[in-house]
Design a binder for this molecule. Structure first.
Ligand code: ACM
Ligand code: ZN
Length: 509
């Protein structure tokens, strides 16, 4: 298939105005697999860019050949075309009027290049979510993990169980803790996405080459659902949606679905029936993290489940056995509907059917264990990939954040395959950054936490290891910084010696 485009309006509209057209460097992030800069430019006002799909190329691969006389793009599929377009934006010079001459041959290292956004702790509107998707696309990320439910809020409309949003999307706003006084912008504790909203986000993401993976976190992190339907919990309630307790700790709910109650499986089945038509991708994220065992241990119905199912093992606690029983039942429900399960690394505690994918968050050992068991894994270790952690140790000048520091360098320096055998490494399908929103409560703060760490992450996700180079990355960030400013994005300036949100910036001495 071959099609030509007139001068690309999108490229012109989004161009980086590097008026100082550099000849021998290309400030592309993530760094392409192979690139050869050349002198001269291709004048867009007099020419067109030619796009060809070559199905012999890898689906996400693309090549660019830009000379003063022509601009030719080849790609393995529409995804490759989208990545080529993002690269074209980054080599656009002369105020959008020309492309820097070069030859590029590019494809990603990992198939899964994800970002999680937590819209449960704080709510972000459809327009705000789209802005995050735009930033993801710019850095060639392709998986949006949408954390839609938690103790603090149920954000997705389920028509058969309307109280999930009628009750679960609304907390007791008055008693939320006071956020960082430095923050400006609206803070949304309440709200939900209608099914129409979800379709709009999924379709917008798809136009950017991004697949959306919904996470309905279960059987823990369920207090907002239990507030709506208390009969599904071990004690029967009453329960209240948990308030976001910020600034330096998570308000982890201790309520789980009652594994001894068969009604929970009908409830989940109803939810899956409504969720799956909204999300065409193959994966569903079941959550599965941080189940507090106390209620299960004290619950007669849960104890009866253990006895009736003969669940016992010296290796696992009763709570782990109950969770594994639950996970296997839900995995079966997903398989019957043609979907694949993903869960946080806690779901590794026990047997799983083939086809489960693990997200390794408590370090890298979960991913390693999964890969050694022949299960696919996505690496998202807390010390490198948690974008809700503050960006430097300067507690005085950083906006409030969870304990722990994940600097731009700690993101950049992460090597996902370290310590793995070749066989195990084949099961690491990608890397993801997680932006939890316990304290990340406004648009400006969200952007400050994302940029430029997402740019650094994109090099971990996309670049061949031999192409990763901190100095080149830092130098390219100067051009990217201009892009952020032109687009009005808030971004963190640690690379340029400054800490803090706009209006509260502190120059590092
Ligand atoms: C997690 O951070 N609880 C997955
Ligand atoms: Zn129970």
């Amino acid at each position: 298939m071959k099609h030509t485009f007139p001068i690309m309006a999108a490229v012109l509209a989004c161009a980086v105005s590097c008026t100082d057209s550099k000849v021998n460097t290309l400030d592309i992030i993530p760094c392409p697999l192979e690139m050869t800069p050349a002198s001269g430019v291709y004048d867009l006002s007099r020419g067109e860019v030619t796009f060809t799909i070559d199905s012999l190329m890898a689906p996400e691969a693309y090549t660019l050949k830009i000379t003063p006389r022509k601009a030719v793009v080849k790609a393995g599929s529409e995804a490759g075309v989208l990545y080529a377009r993002q690269t074209l934006k980054q080599i656009t010079v002369e105020d959008g009027g020309a492309l820097q001459c070069c030859e590029i041959s590019d494809e990603p290292r990992f198939a899964w290049r994800g970002l999680l956004l937590d819209c449960a702790r704080h709510f972000y509107t459809v327009e705000q979510v789209k802005k995050v998707l735009d930033i993801m696309a710019y850095y060639k990320l392709n998986r949006f993990h949408w954390h839609l439910t938690d103790d603090h809020g149920w954000r997705i409309e389920i028509k058969k169980h309307p109280r999930l949003v009628e009750v679960g999307a609304f907390g007791d706003v008055g008693s939320h803790s006071v956020p960082d006084p430095n923050l400006v912008g609206e803070i949304l504790y309440e709200g939900y996405y209608t099914q129409e909203d979800i379709r709009e986000v999924v379709s917008y993401a798809s136009s950017l080459g991004i697949s959306v993976i919904p996470e309905i976190d279960m059987p823990g992190h369920m207090t907002s659902a239990l507030a709506a339907y208390p009969q599904l919990g071990c004690t029967g309630g009453p329960y209240k949606v948990v308030n976001v307790v910020g600034p330096r700790g998570k308000g982890l709910g201790k309520e789980n679905l009652c594994i001894g109650n068969d009604e929970i499986f009908d409830f989940i089945s109803d939810i899956l029936d409504e969720v799956f038509p909204l999300f065409p991708g193959e994966y569903f994220h079941i959550g599965g993290d941080e189940c507090v065992p106390d209620r299960w241990n004290a619950c007669p119905k849960c104890r009866k489940r253990l006895r009736d199912e003969g669940l016992e093992s010296g290796e696992y606690s009763d709570a782990q056995l109950l969770q594994n029983y639950f996970t296997r039942r839900v995995q079966k429900m997903l398989q019957e509907r043609g979907r694949k399960i993903i869960g946080w690394d806690e779901i590794l505690d026990g047997e799983l059917e083939d086809g489960a994918t693990i997200m390794s968050w408590r370090g890298t050992s979960g991913g390693k264990r999964a890969a050694e068991r022949g299960l696919d894994a996505i690496m998202t270790p807390i010390r490198h990939c948690y974008l809700d952690f503050r960006q430097s140790d300067d507690l005085e000048h950083e906006p409030i954040a969870l304990n722990g520091t994940v600097s731009v360098d700690s993101v950049y320096d992460y090597e996902p395959l370290e310590g793995l055998t070749e066989e195990a490494a084949r099961h690491i399908i990608g890397v993801q950054g997680n932006l939890w929103c316990d304290v990340v409560s406004t648009q400006e703060y969200l952007e400050y936490m994302l940029l430029p760490r997402l740019a650094a992450l994109s090099e971990v996700q996309w670049c061949a290891p031999q192409n990763k180079n901190r100095e080149r990355f830092r130098s390219a960030m100067d051009a990217h910084r201009r892009y952020y400013e032109e687009h009005g994005y808030v971004y963190a300036k640690h690379l340029w010696g400054i800490i803090g949100l706009p209006g509260h910036e502190y120059r590092i001495q």
